[in-house]
Design a protein around this ligand. Structure first.
Ligand SMILES: [Fe+2]
Length: 294
C-alpha cells in the first residue's frame, strides 16, 4: 500500500495557495511517510490477522481475542479524551469529540434526516442499522449504541461476563502497552506527535485488518456459534472504508499549517505503529502457545 499525493495539490499551486516548491516539499514528505510508515510490518505483514482470517481460530482463541480487543476498545476512550483535551484548535477538538461521543453512544445524525431516524424504537443503537454518517451534533444518545456495549453482547454468546471485558486487569502486558502508548502518543500534548500517531493509526486501520477479523469470525460463527453478533466488526469496517479516502486530505491540510514539524510527526507515527504491533504480536504469541498446549 502506497500513499499518493492527490490532484488537490496541483490545484492549490495553480490557484496560488502554495508555491511549486511547497508542493515539491510535500511530495517528498509523502515519500518519507511511505518509507517510514507504510513498510511497517504491522501494516504489511500482520501475522495474527493473516492467521485469523483463515478461520482456524477455535473457541479459546476467539475468547482471548475478544477480551483483549474489549480492553483496547474501552481504554481507547482515555486516549480519545486526551486527544480532545490536547486538541490544537476548536475544529480539531470537535473532530475528536465526534469520535469520543460516538464511541460512548451518541448516534451520528445526518442533516435532513429526523433525529434518531429509526422506525423500530427497540432497535435504536443496534450496530446493524445505526448510522455511519453525519455528526454527533444533533444526534441522539442511546446506552446501547455504545461500542463497548456491542462487545458486551458479543461476549455474552461466548460466556464472557461484563467484568471479564474491558478492564485493565483483563489485559495482557502487550495489550496494556498498546493502550498506554495510545494515551501517551495519540493523546500527546504536542499536536505534531499526536497527528503523526493519528495518521499512522488511520493507515493501519485502512490496511484491511477489520476484514481479516470478520472473515475469521464468520468462519467460527458458521461452524460453532450461529448466534455470534458480528456487527461491532462490520460497522467499524464500513466506517473505515468511508474514512480511508480522507486521510490524505487531512495530511495536506496539516502539512501547510504553521508550526508543522515533520520530524515529530514521523517519530509519533512510528512509535505508535510499534505500539499497535505489540498488541498483535501479543495475540499471536498467545495463539501459538495455545497450539502447543493441544
Ligand atoms: Fe469504535
Amino acid at each position: 500500500m502506497q500513499l499518493q499525493v492527490s490532484a488537490q495539490i496541483e490545484t492549490m499551486v495553480s490557484e496560488g495557495h502554495i508555491s511549486s516548491d511547497d508542493a515539491m516539499r510535500f511530495s517528498q514528505f509523502v515519500d518519507t511517510c511511505n518509507t517510514q510508515f507504510m513498510t511497517h510490518p504491522v501494516i504489511t505483514d500482520n501475522k495474527y490477522c493473516q492467521w485469523f482470517a483463515t478461520g482456524k481460530a477455535h473457541r479459546e482463541n476467539i475468547k482471548h481475542f475478544v477480551v483483549q480487543f474489549s480492553v483496547f476498545s474501552n481504554l481507547f476512550l482515555i486516549a480519545q479524551l486526551m486527544k480532545v483535551i490536547n486538541a490544537g484548535s476548536l475544529e480539531g477538538m470537535r473532530a475528536s469529540k465526534e469520535i469520543l461521543a460516538n464511541e460512548l453512544g451518541v448516534i451520528f445524525h445526518k442533516e435532513g434526516s429526523k433525529i434518531g431516524d429509526v422506525n423500530d424504537k427497540d432497535r435504536e443503537g443496534d450496530p446493524d442499522i445505526v448510522s455511519l454518517e453525519g455528526s454527533v451534533d444533533g444526534g441522539r444518545f442511546r446506552f446501547r449504541a455504545a461500542h463497548f456495549e456491542w462487545i458486551v453482547k458479543l461476549g455474552e454468546v461466548l460466556d464472557l461476563g461484563f467484568n471479564d471485558l474491558g478492564k485493565r486487569r483483563n489485559g495482557t502486558p502487550s495489550t496494556l502497552f498498546f493502550c498506554d502508548q495510545l494515551t501517551a502518543i495519540y493523546g500527546n500534548e504536542d499536536p505534531n506527535i499526536a497527528e503523526g500517531a493519528s495518521f499512522a493509526v488511520e493507515n493501519w486501520a485502512a490496511a484491511g485488518f477489520w476484514k481479516q477479523l470478520i472473515a475469521g469470525l464468520e468462519a467460527f460463527k458458521q461452524s460453532e456459534e450461529p448466534k455470534l453478533p458480528l456487527a461491532f466488526f462490520t460497522w467499524h469496517d464500513k466506517i473505515e472504508e468511508q474514512h480511508a479516502g480522507h486521510v490524505m486530505d487531512e495530511l495536506e491540510e496539516l502539512y501547510f499549517t504553521e508550526g508543522f514539524d515533520e520530524e515529530k510527526f514521523i517519530a509519533g507515527g512510528k512509535e505508535m505503529l510499534n505500539g499497535v504491533e505489540a498488541f498483535w504480536t501479543g495475540l499471536n504469541e498467545q495463539r501459538i502457545a495455545l497450539d502447543f498446549k493441544d
